[in-house]
Design a protein around this ligand. Structure first.
Ligand code: MRU
Length: 364
């Protein structure tokens, strides 16, 4: 996608041919900073401290993290240590384990002298595959937007609500939930997006809104609590969110607050779709509510808000009284029964074991 007229992906090889450049998302939307990861510790820190975030991008960064580790030490022990270190960074997004397992399984049988080159090649392949998957999700989701647009008066937009950032910053390019929106724009369909700010880290306000400003997408930023009201008043035609892990039975784990949007959507007859790249499916898990580990992040994310001051500097301010305890569960699970459909790279599946199996028969 474009930033200031120049095309970027969210992760790429540094000009030195081995360092890994990423957009340091902690500073957006106020500052566009690029950071270079030079060892597995850098990669682990970038994931843990959310320089990079979003399930697909976490997976790709982890794959490059293994490449950086293997470059320094290609032994079996170092490979396992890199797997453990990177896996411990964030517990919920399943793409992390998926990418680490894939790279380790690929490298293990190789002569250690060949492992670093193979790891870089595989990380690049996973990154390239992510872009293809997202474009395919975009095409499949576009069909939903087209059919809603067909019921509108000429020029009247399809109104879409999205939560958190499942945009290109959460992936390598295009995004998952945003891919159908970007393709609808390419096709000239009028779309308007309500962007949930997404407390506590405000990925909607700081990242999705920034993407839309850069891409010229018509949007309105709303507080998280506005969604139900908007749906009640007919302002939302469609909800599309991303996911950090979806079970083989169709339960969808995504950024905290997603479940409430799904409840409001069901109560108001608004279709609720989830954009789902296949590496985000956890085929080993059946019941999302009881089986998916929910990341509990620092209470500071609730107590403090980061923003741009009148002095032009990015800083954080406290919004709660000192001494007030806070809890910060980062994700929730929307049961399959509330999900209208899963937009995958292979088509739109029902959120059910049968629906997923029909599209991914090799996983049965
Ligand atoms: O905590 P984050 O920012 O890594 O969480 C990301 C999300 O939950 C996104 O909303 C998303 O839907 C999953 S990534 C496409």
């Amino acid at each position: 996608m474009k930033v200031g007229g120049r095309s970027y992906r969210t992760i790429w090889l540094n000009a030195d041919g081995w360092g890994v450049d990423v957009i340091d998302q902690r500073w957006l939307p106020h500052e566009f900073r690029i950071a270079t990861l030079r060892n597995v510790g850098d990669a682990a820190m970038a994931i843990r401290d959310m320089w990079v975030r979003g399930a697909p991008l976490i997976g790709v960064t982890a794959a490059y993290g293994v490449a950086l580790a293997t470059r320094e030490d290609p032994s079996d022990a170092a490979l396992d240590a890199a797997w453990e270190r990177l896996h411990a960074t964030r517990p919920t997004a399943i793409n992390l384990r998926w990418a680490l397992d894939a790279v380790r399984a690929h490298l293990r049988p190789l002569d250690p002298a060949k492992r670093a080159a193979a790891a870089y090649a595989q990380a690049a392949e996973i990154a390239g595959e992510d872009v293809k998957i997202n474009r395919a999700i975009g095409h499949n989701g576009l069909a939903i937007i087209r059919s809603l647009a067909a019921k509108k008066r000429p020029g009247e937009p399809v109104n879409i609500l999205t939560h958190c950032n499942a945009g290109w910053l959460a992936t390598v390019d295009y995004g998952t939930a945003t891919a159908p929106i970007y393709l609808a724009m390419e096709e000239g369909l009028p779309v308007h997006v309500y962007v949930d700010e997404t407390r506590p880290r405000n990925q909607g306000a700081s990242l999705t809104a920034w993407e839309f400003v850069n891409h010229g997408a018509s949007h309105t930023l709303v507080v998280d609590n506005a969604g139900g009201h908007l749906m009640q008043h007919g302002a939302v035609d469609l909800v599309i969110v991303g996911t950090d892990r979806t079970t083989a039975y169709g339960d969808v784990c995504n950024k905290i607050g997603t479940y409430l949007k799904a409840l409001a959507a069901r109560d108001n007859g608004v279709p609720f779709y989830v954009a789902l790249p296949s590496p985000t499916i956890d085929w080993t898990v059946r019941d999302g509510v009881s089986e998916i580990p929910i990341e509990e992040r620092s209470a500071d994310e609730v107590h403090f808000v980061q923003g741009l001051g009148d002095d032009g500097k990015v800083s954080r301010v406290r919004i709660s009284p000192k001494g007030s305890p806070a809890a910060n569960p980062a994700f929730d699970v929307t049961p399959a029964r509330l999900v209208t459909g899963l937009i995958t790279e292979r088509g739109i599946a029902k959120a059910s074991p049968e629906g997923l199996k029909a599209l991914f028969p090799e996983r049965v």
